[in-house]
Design a protein around this ligand. Structure first.
Ligand code: ARG
Ligand code: GLU
Length: 742
């Protein structure tokens, strides 16, 4: 195989010369472990990187990795000043922004800019994590572990070994995680330093930070100014500490320089961040399940749920505010999965995986693949067994739990158990107080009429032929009668009834809970799920986990052995992640550990005769403006800046104000907020989305169609400076200005 590839290089070089593209030779696909980046260094440099792998990840001196953080629970952020200033997405800062928003200070609608350090707002619960070290612990974790022990026993052993291995790395303010790679064929230990005093510094109004809303979400061309600004605070020794007024801005080991000189199509870019999860190495059986069952079931359930919510939001501004975050969450997956199914079908991923599996199975009949001969048939069987339970699980998640009152009612189980004396581990007063708080949060954003409509509609499932099946069984009672009880009598669907119940609560009130129709119902449906579905899901998933581990190992051996010339012969070289043909290894699926992805700035062709440019400008915001549609309102201030072309150093050389751009960096959920860097390692953008046509990249990456969507750093700074007038933030950043600007 190696030989094959080598033979290809001169050919491609000739092609490159002929087309005049300097960056034809590129990876696009792949999310690489920063500690092992040496293996990509040559390719990255060929594509335009001016740095070494050591400049990106080093244990010995400060490097780019020291400026990248896990932001909150599932995003990435980057440090851009000596005083701990952090940039991330608006949608990543959303909870913190919402937390500080009230009718008097509606930062979601109006934006917020702290005028001084004193005005920066503490965000309880928000943390950032710096990666200190990655350690390969594969051999101590796996040593002597019997291949054939039950999956659970294996998990337990891995757990015990992992905590033992972590001990030497633990110290005050640190956190360690041992994470499986390649489905448990390798293990790495990650050491993080966790900062807890994070403050909100600034955010644009939603009509910038969320411009285009759910309509534009997952879409290119895009005009969303999806950023927000935070600051890390530390104690007097620059170490992590809980919030304290005496804490000081954190002094980072490294912070990024911002480059306002922009980019051209074809320029090299790389993204350092925390991609959450991908499944590039699963079998055709798994893809078929996603494409034919999991995604379509979720999509159709959510279509109905969103129909109801959106109609209610259009009718009533109060409902619009109450349900906006919920609707955004429901719609985000709903839209992504539709793009994913379309992409999987278009690329015939099931078919090409089947072809690949034939080659794999062939290889298994030879000597080097012998150990894997049984894995595909066993996977097939496991997925067949999983399927009916998978269906039940989605029915539970997307139908049974769609009306919010159900999980809300179930969450009062602790109150019941403590009051009834079944659970003596907690005091009744504290549990009651927790329920009070929970109820207040719940009813703040709850409309029982909407919830009832959802219940009524989602009690049914839409079949492929358009008929509907009732998926919730009330044992002879009609749905209408049940709903009258749930929404007319239960304490969980009325703030008044709930208040009365909690105010008059005494230990014997647990009996009232037992009589509550929704509490009863919730316990029945959860009980059914826990007893009749979850154990089977666990069992078959455990089988799949160990088979997938073996299958992954086989695929890695196949790749290393170079025996897959036959894949090329049948045109399958792109159908397992082989596009990094020059590299020794397959990249591991994403698992929310730091990765480096690289590619180039590049437009794409979404459909016949349609071609998308690689960047958008402020002019496009003006084109999209619609004062009557909430998501497309443009503020007078922005229009004025546009009219006067008052862009300062943030314009491009054509005098345009760039807003967003697309590239071929391989990213996924969790990469939100990730720094986008140029060949010099300077910040040129903030990652925030992918294109709809490319969302199947979590399963199959298509270099022609998959793009990540990035906020242009020039628009970000333009908004901070010209729109918000927060000059003090600009002053603390290191900025390279364009040559044309004096
Ligand atoms: N699609 C992006 C992501 O996957 C952004 C989501 C937030 N924006 C929204 N309009 N819902 O998370
Ligand atoms: N918006 C996504 C996030 O929150 C990133 C988009 C993607 O899935 O690539 O992480």
């Amino acid at each position: 195989m190696k030989k094959n590839i080598m033979q290809k290089w001169p050919l491609m070089a000739g092609l490159m010369a002929a087309t005049g593209f300097s960056a034809q030779l590129h990876a696009d696909e792949g999310m690489w472990i920063p500690m092992l980046l040496q293996q990509n260094e040559a390719e990255m440099q060929r594509m335009g990187l001016q740095l070494t792998a050591e400049d990106i990840y080093s244990l010995n001196h400060s490097s780019i990795k020291d400026a990248v953080v896990i932001f909150g629970g599932g995003c990435t952020g980057e440090v851009v000043s000596e005083q701990g200033l952090v940039l991330t997405n608006h949608h990543c800062g959303y909870n913190a922004i919402q937390y500080h928003s009230s009718v008097e200070h509606d930062y979601l609608t109006d934006g917020f800019w702290a005028g001084s350090f004193e005005e920066e707002l503490p965000c309880p619960g928000l943390e950032v994590r710096f990666l200190k070290e990655i350690v390969d612990v594969t051999s101590p974790v796996l040593q002597g572990l019997d291949q054939n022990i039950p999956e659970q026993t294996r998990k337990d052993s891995v757990q015990v070994r992992s905590s033992r291995l972590s001990e030497p790395y633990q110290k005050e303010g640190y956190e360690t995680r041992v994470v499986p790679f390649y489905y448990g064929n390798q293990y790495y230990l990650f050491v993080y330093e966790v900062y807890q005093d994070i403050r909100l510094v600034g955010t644009p109004p939603s009509n910038i930070g969320k411009f285009g809303g759910d309509t534009d979400n997952w879409m290119w061309p895009r005009h969303t100014g999806d950023f927000s600004v935070f600051r890390i605070y530390a104690d007097s020794a620059n170490r992590p500490a809980p919030y304290s007024a005496s804490n000081r801005p954190y002094v980072p080991k490294h912070h990024l320089t911002i480059d306002l000189r922009g980019y051209q199509e074809g320029d090299f870019t790389f993204v350092v961040g925390y991609p959450g999860s991908t499944q590039e190495y699963i079998s055709s059986y798994a893809v078929r399940l996603i494409e034919n069952l999991i995604d379509p079931m979720r999509i159709s359930a959510r279509t109905e749920r969103l129909d109801i919510i959106k109609a209610a939001m259009d009718r009533d501004p109060k409902t619009r505010i109450q349900y906006s975050a919920k609707a955004a969450g429901i719609a985000n997956g709903w839209k992504k999965w539709q793009g994913e199914v379309k992409g999987l079908k278009r690329l015939n991923v099931v078919g090409s995986k089947q072809d690949y599996e034939t080659v794999f199975q062939d290889w298994c009949s030879g000597n080097s693949g012998k150990a894997y001969a049984g894995v595909l048939p066993a996977l097939k069987e496991a997925y067949q067994k999983l399927e009916p339970y998978q269906t039940l699980q989605i029915v539970f998640q997307e139908h049974v739990l769609a009306p919010e009152a159900v999980s809300f009612a179930y969450s009062f189980g602790t109150l019941h158990d403590v009051a009834a004396g079944i659970d003596t581990s907690r005091s009744l007063t504290s549990v009651l107080e927790a329920c009070r708080e929970k109820a207040e949060l719940f009813f703040k954003d709850y409309d029982p009429a909407v919830d009832r409509a959802i219940f009524e509609r989602l009690a049914f499932m839409l079949n492929e032929d358009g008929t509907r099946t009732q998926v919730i069984d009330f044992d002879g009672t009609t749905l209408k009668k049940q709903l009258d009880w749930f929404y007319g009598k239960s304490i969980f669907t009325s703030q008044e009834r709930m208040a009365k119940f909690l105010d008059g609560f005494k230990p014997s009130s647990y009996k009232a809970l037992e009589r509550d129709p929704l509490f009863k119902y919730a316990n029945v449906v959860y009980g059914q799920y826990f007893n009749q579905t979850a154990p089977f899901i666990r069992m078959f998933n455990a089988q799949i986990d160990s088979l997938q581990r073996l299958y992954m190992e086989g695929q890695m051996h196949l790749k290393e052995s170079g025996d897959f010339a036959s894949l090329e012969q049948i045109g399958l070289q792109n159908d397992i992640p082989l596009s990094n043909v020059g590299s020794e290894r397959l990249y591991p699926d994403a698992n929310f550990t730091m990765r480096v992805a690289y590619g180039q700035v590049k437009g794409f062709k979404p459909a016949d005769a349609v071609e998308y440019a690689p960047y958008t400008t402020l002019a496009g915001i003006m084109e999209k403006e619609d004062p009557d549609i909430y998501d497309y309102v443009v503020e007078a201030k922005l229009k004025d800046l546009y009219a006067r072309k008052d862009y300062g150093p943030y314009a491009n050389e054509l005098g345009e104000m760039p807003v967003a751009f697309v590239g071929t960096n391989h990213t996924t959920g969790g990469n939100s907020g990730s720094p986008v860097l140029n060949g010099d390692g300077n910040l040129i953008g903030i990652n925030f989305d992918r294109n709809w046509e490319g969302t199947m990249s979590d399963v199959r990456y298509d270099p022609d169609m998959c793009r990540n969507i990035m906020l242009d750093i020039r628009y970000c700074l333009f908004v901070i400076d010209k729109f918000a007038g927060a000059q003090r933030l600009i002053d603390e950043m290191d900025i390279i200005k364009p040559d044309w600007y004096e």
